[in-house]
Ligand binder design. Sequence first.
Ligand code: HAM
Length: 426
Amino acid sequence: MYQAPRGTQDILPEDIPYFLHVEATARRLAALFGYREVRTPTFEDSGLFRKGTGETTDIVEKEMYSFTDKGKSDITLRPEATPSIMRAYLQHGLHSRPQPQRLFQLLNCFRYDRPQAGRWREFRQLDIEAIGEEDAAVDAELITLFWHFCGALGLNELSLQLNSIGDPVCRPDYLEALRSHYSSHQEELCGDCRRRLAANPLRLLDCKVPTCQPIADAAPAFIDHLCDDCRSHFELLLTLLKAEGITPSINPRLVRGLDYYTRTVFELYPPKVGQQAALGGGGRYDGLAEILGGRHTPGVGFAAGIERLVLNLKAQDIEVPPMSEALAFVAHVGDAPEAAAAANEFTRHLRARGVAALRAVGQRSIRARLRHADAADVRWTVFIGDEEIRSGTVSLRDMTQPEPLDLPVGEAIERIVNGAWERNGV
Ligand code: HAM
């Protein structure tokens, strides 16, 4: 029998309320901060991610789902949203609208990663971007939005890790200092670090191999090497976050795994920090538009992992609004076509009055019908058999009452409709 591919999951009805709640809260908070929804394609030209996400990232080196389609185009299932949203911004000339363009997207992403708790090959993100403005006020706004989004979900006691990784003015000097630090420890480094030292030394700070930890901890910190512009940008961000009541931990080893970042980088962690536990992360990417062939356009954004948010909601026993389930269960008894037709008509009346109704189908015993009604957690059951047809009644059971009642059809419908209204607080 086929199984869902490794690293993917089926989200069954009982888990849907968690996802809907996270997505509805995301849309509410995004709107509260003036962000508008976009939807970009699930697949793009592979070059967009190779260039945008970056050749030396884990994503491009080993995690992309790429293929050649029947028209011989080199296609990749999106591993993230940022290059796509920037492409859409450039393609549609959004620079001619008021800046920054505040955009968000709820999307599924694909990364050929090693599956483990909170790490999937297909996963969902809330991605939020502000493109077209370099003011640190936008960085502060996005971090504040992320913070309030988690708070609105009931996820509190978060830890915000923050760092600045400079710009093309100060980065060469810092990379030189970093290379010189690491060169004196070359023998002790893991294979990945040795390989990356020449191409992308920043990533060495991110290494999780135990023997590399003391070397990374002793490395020079970027915030001590920032140029004046980057320093004042970072200081303004700290001041603005303080005014929002958000206290970050400055983490000089936070560099993030994507190549496009400049200046601000951040990640948000729930109280129990595990290796894979970041709820989300982001930062500024002032060079990305040019990498993609557009004019210089600053930008900043973040993405939160929806599955990770759901995992944390469950771990913290946070209740989410239930789905509205069927209120009435309507069954015919016996195999007379008149009973089935009357049950159909009764169901039709309920639905026409806005009451969600579950129509029992097939031939089952009354016991089996009752078990079904119980599992569906309905408020009313309606049974219609030969006897009810003869007397023009139905057998109506209000599940909060001990006994069923025989009522004329019209009266039974009114009872259910009125009860449904009361239940919905109208
Ligand atoms: P990222 O750090 O690669 O950033 O992903 C953001 C979040 O997506 C992670 O913190 C995590 O919650 C979730 N995530 C990533 N990979 C997986 C996975 N395999 N399974 C489950 N969840 C996962 C980005 O994607 C950037 N585009 C964020 C950004 C937006 N930067 C600027 N703007």
